[in-house]
Design a protein around this ligand. Structure first.
Ligand code: NCD
Length: 294
């Protein structure tokens, strides 16, 4: 996310809007996108597949490593270099942090990071920004609460950095040992972004434009008992949203476990499923830009 300048972000969001409204119809006919998902995925995988197919391209898919030579001991480097011989674009999700950046440096095809361990998830941040823009009609000067596992959740890292280009005021609510990493906070401080760290988000809800809720990242805990201690730290209920502003929206990258009560779905504030839909337009825009289709 750090590599994108404010004008790059705005250009991609404007492309996404033009794609959504049918003003432009980029085409990737005859092109192949490899979707390499070494970690589980529902929305990111399906929305990339939808995006590629809506652009008229085709997909080559690796979901998990069973059935591939990774299970025979092939290195990530050799697997990627091989797939680079076949595909025009590589979308990859890995448990290893920095794997997508490494791939982008050694491969011929453009590489999109679809999530690398607990590090970054930049295309999610782009669809989050697009969702914020659609619901708030601006990206400037918003107050955004980010709640949940801010240490191990990669979406909040990318989103906080993305919002730092738009003078956001950020409120971070997490269990004390799952706070936003220092390197992100240092970036925010450098850009003069106002942020605070709190234990509970409820008192701040009336001030928020956006509440971004995330799941505690169970699979990234070394000790399952530690997960048990924090798994119910945040549960957003309709009652908590009573004093919210009319423009207030709840976002979540999904999957949700229990951190947003189902009753919130029936309030005018819920936006997480539309947010998932926005992922298709945003990813169509990113792919179109990378492949020079626009
Ligand atoms: C997120 C992820 O994989 O980082 N999901 C997604 O891509 N929409 C969030 C999560 O798994 O908690």
């Amino acid at each position: 996310m750090r590599d994108l300048r404010r004008e790059d972000i705005l250009e991609l969001l404007s492309l996404a809007e033009k794609i959504e409204t049918g003003q432009i119809k980029p085409r990737m006919d005859g092109m192949l996108a490899a979707l390499l998902f070494f970690e589980p995925s529902t929305r990111t995988f399906f929305s990339f597949e939808t995006a590629v197919k809506r652009l008229g391209g085709a997909t080559l898919t690796m979901a998990g490593t069973s059935g591939t030579s990774v299970s025979k001991g092939e290195s990530m480097h050799d697997t990627l270099t091989t797939i680079d011989q076949y595909a025009d674009l590589i979308v990859m999700r890995t448990t290893q942090e920095g794997a997508a950046r490494y791939a982008s440096e050694v491969l011929r095809a453009p590489v999109i990071n679809a999530g690398d361990g607990a590090n970054q998830h930049p295309t999610q941040a782009m669809l989050d920004l697009y969702s914020i823009l659609k619901t708030q009609h601006t990206l400037e000067g918003l107050t955004v609460g980010l709640v949940g596992d801010l240490l191990l959740g990669r979406t909040v890292h990318s989103l906080a950095q993305a919002l730092s280009d738009f003078k956001a005021k950020l409120i971070f609510a997490s269990p004390s040992h799952l706070r936003m990493p220092d390197y992100i906070k240092e970036d925010l401080a450098e850009k003069g972004i106002e942020f605070m760290e709190v234990a509970q988000i409820e008192p701040y809800i009336p001030e928020l434009d956006i509440l971004y809720v995330t799941r505690i990242q169970r699979e990234r805990f070394a000790d399952p008992d530690d997960y048990e201690k924090v798994k119910n730290s945040y549960i957003i209920t309709p009652e908590m949203l009573r004093g919210a502003r009319p423009n207030f929206r709840v976002l979540h990258p999904l999957p949700r476990v229990n951190e947003i009560a189902r009753g919130v779905d029936d309030t005018p504030y819920a936006y997480y499923f539309q947010q998932a839909r926005n992922g298709v337009y945003t990813r169509q825009a990113i792919i179109s830009k990378l492949l020079g289709l626009v």
